[in-house]
Design a binder for this molecule. Structure first.
Ligand SMILES: Nc1ncnc2c1ncn2[C@@H]1O[C@H](COP(=O)(O)OP(=O)(O)OP(=O)(O)O)[C@@H](O)[C@H]1O
Ligand SMILES: [Mg+2]
Length: 349
């Protein structure tokens, strides 16, 4: 059967597996997602032999005979793993009204949805917990100020100082959450403004110079004279500040944080020319079991120590989202005892 070319285009771009059944019930077209999921053998097969499960076959039959759209649950078993799908069954108009029309099946992965719901629940629980800690502390301070410390001037000053610290923690947390939300909302829109990374890194270094000095950390820079990428300057400076700040906070004291920027003619993973930003410290490093989890929200290697240091554990999650939005990639290499090197590759076009 002849299938219009636009059908193939729509199918090709869809992330969900899709099967296009011709009016005889044969799989006429599959998209790459369906090829990955079901295998290429399904092409040309009758849908009955491909799908097999009565819960889905019935509604597909109805779609062919009565042109009724439907939904059905379908479980695909692949070795030891089973994946549940919600299948949308859409009868399409036939070119000749006296004939049966084709039917389009779209498979929505329910395990993805369930995983994302679980992630959302975790996220809300984490945020509540992070806010609860400073709130509990503030409540305690207020009670002390109302009671025992009421007439004790020096104690009052000390408590007010601690309250200010807790409040600034909460402010930082909320600012980071807002920033994460913004980056996530824009994740599909790739930024296009020309941004010179050399100038931008210079600004980040200048901004963090006082913090580094206070911590006894020397910042060194080895930057290409100019490095323009399509990007969002505000977000890229956030990346640079986060990474350099981590180097200062978690690196050696006294120590050195080296900031590098060089060109890569062809990045093997991104398959395009890139600029490569590296931030290297000479601190204690990170044990390998933590590396894959560092970009999770609220993940800290040594929770208690970093919390008192003021980190929210959102920095690298934000960095990762920003780098993804720029179609770049983030890599963290570390050997305990030998420092950490964070690399960001950004395509230059
Ligand atoms: N250069 C580094 N050396 C050692 N550990 C690091 C380094 N960078 C990050 N980490 C670890 O990874 C964790 C996550 O870092 P991330 O930047 O996401 O959060 P944070 O620095 O704790 O908080 P925030 O960046 O929001 O202030 C840190 O808490 C720290 O334990
Ligand atoms: Mg950080």
């Amino acid at each position: 059967m002849h299938t219009p070319p636009w059908v193939a285009e729509i199918l090709h771009d869809a992330r969900e597996p899709m099967l296009f059944l011709d009016r005889n019930g044969r799989v006429a077209l599959t998209n790459p997602a369906a090829g990955d999921r079901f295998g290429e053998w399904v092409r040309g097969q009758s849908y009955v032999s491909v799908l097999r499960q009565p819960s889905l076959l019935g509604p597909v039959e109805d779609a062919f005979h009565d042109r009724i759209p439907g939904r059905a649950r379908f479980v695909h078993a692949d070795g030891a793993t089973e994946t549940a799908f919600d299948v949308a069954i859409l009868p399409l108009s036939p070119s000749d009204p006296n004939e049966r029309g084709p039917v389009l099946l779209t498979f929505r992965d329910l395990s993805d949805r369930e995983a994302s719901l679980a992630m959302r629940r975790d996220f809300v629980a984490n945020v509540s917990h992070e806010l609860k800690t400073p709130l509990t502390a503030l409540t305690g301070f207020v009670e002390t100020l109302q009671g025992p410390a009421r007439n004790d001037g020096p104690a009052r000053d000390r408590f007010l100082g601690m309250m200010a610290q807790e409040l600034s923690r909460m402010n930082r947390l909320v600012a980071d959450l807002l920033s994460l939300g913004r980056v996530e909302a824009q994740s599909r829109r790739r930024p296009r403004d020309p941004v010179d990374l050399t100038t931008l890194l210079g600004k980040a270094i200048e901004l963090l110079h006082p913090t580094a000095q206070d911590a006894g950390v020397t910042l060194t820079a080895d930057l290409a004279p100019e490095a323009v990428v399509p990007g969002d300057a505000d977000q890229l400076i956030q990346v640079a500040v986060n990474l350099i700040e981590n180097g200062i906070k978690y690196g050696a004291r006294p120590g050195t944080v080296e900031i590098g920027l060089h060109r890569v003619d062809r990045d093997p993973a991104l398959r395009t020319p890139c600029w490569c930003l590296t931030v290297t410290d000479d601190g204690p490093g990170i044990a390998p079991e933590h590396l894959p989890r560092l970009t999770e929200r609220f993940y800290r290697v040594d929770g208690a120590r970093n919390r008192s240091g003021g980190g929210t554990g959102l920095g690298l999650a934000i960095v990762k989202h920003i780098v993804n939005r720029h179609r770049g990639r983030l890599r963290i290499d570390s050997n305990p005892g030998q420092g950490t090197c964070v690399t960001v590759h950004l395509p230059d076009g």
